[in-house]
Design a protein. Sequence first.
Length: 375
Amino acid sequence: MHTMKNLQGNILSSTGFVHGTLQLDAAGRIQAIEGKPLSEEQARDNGEALLLPGFIDAHVHGGAGHDIMEGGEAALHVTRLHAQHGTTSLLATTMTAPQADLDLAFAALAPLCRERPDHAARILGVHLEGPYISESRLGAQPPFARPANLEEIARLHAIAPIRLITLAPEVADNQNLIANLCAQGFRVQLGHSSGSYEQGLAAMRCGATGFTHLFNAMSPLQHRAPGMVGAALAHAPYAEIIPDLLHVHPGAIHAALRAIPGLYCVTDSTAATGMPDGQYTLGRHAVFKCQGGVRLADGTLAGSTLTMDQALRNLVQTLGLTLTDASARVSTHAANHLGVKDRGRLAVGAWADVVRLDRDLQLQAVVIEGQALAR
C-alpha cells in the first residue's frame, strides 16, 4: 500500500466543507487541513473530488463468500472486500452459536484486531450479536440463544476485544447485568428482543445506549404497546439501521431519523456480499442470495448484501439527506457510540481514513490510516 502525504479536493471536515488539502503525517494521521470554506452545494457542483471520512460499519458478518464464524482466514477476506467499498474500520460480528463456535471465531479474529493487514479495513473489535437474545426473536440467528454470562464474556474478551454486545433485556437476568457490562467499558445494544417498552426503557436507565438493526427482530410500535421500537424512538441516543431499502421502509427510516439523534447505518452484511446469487453460510445457517436479498429457506431476511458506499448513496439519492448528514450516519455517529474519537471524522489528529467520491457519490479511492488502497 502507498503511504500518502496529502489529499486534495472538497474536504468534509468536522466544521464543514473546505476546498483545499489534507496534509498527513508519516504515521497516517491528519496533520493539517488547509483551504477555503465552501457550501455543500458548491462542493457538489465545482467538479472537484469529494473527500469524506472513511465509513465505519459496526455490524459485519461476512463478505466475499466468507463468514466471520468460519474462523481461519475468513475475516481477512471479509475486511478486504468491505475496504474496497470504502469501509475503513468495522466490528467483526458474531452469531448466536455454541461456545466452541464462538471460540473458533474469536481465536481467528485476535491477530487481526492487533494488527491490520494490507488492503484491509481496521477491525476495531467484535460485535457480540447474541447469544444473549430472545428465542422468540431469533430472526436469522441460529437457535442457540441463552442468558448472558459474565464469565463467558470475560473469557471471550480476553481472546479478542469485544466492543459491542447485543442482548434482549427481558431474558433471565440480562437486564441486571447491563450496568456491570457498561462499567467494564462495553457498549450494550438492545435487539432480537420481544421485550416491552418499559423493559427497554429500564435497560437504557441501566446503561444500554443503542438498538441493533432498529425495527428488525424486535417488538414493534403499537399505540397501546410501544414495544422495543417505541422505546428506541422515544429515548435512544443511538441505534443501528440497515438502509438497503429492503429491511426498513424509507418512511420508517425517516421516522427514526427525526427521533434518534445518533441513528447510524450498518450493513449487517453476509458472506453473499460481493458475490453472485447462490447459497452461502451465516453461522450454522444456510442462506440464499436472490434478487438483491439474503434469506433463509423459509423466506426470513438473513442479513444483507449492502455495502457502505451504497448505503451513503441510498441516504442521499433516495432518502434525500444532505451529504453532510449522510456522512455522519455512515461514519461519525458510529464512532461516537463506540467512543472512538480519532476515526469517523476528518480533523487534525484523527486517523487519515478517507474516501474519495465523484459528484455522483461513486467511489474513486480509499485511504486507510494514510495508506491508499489498491483498487
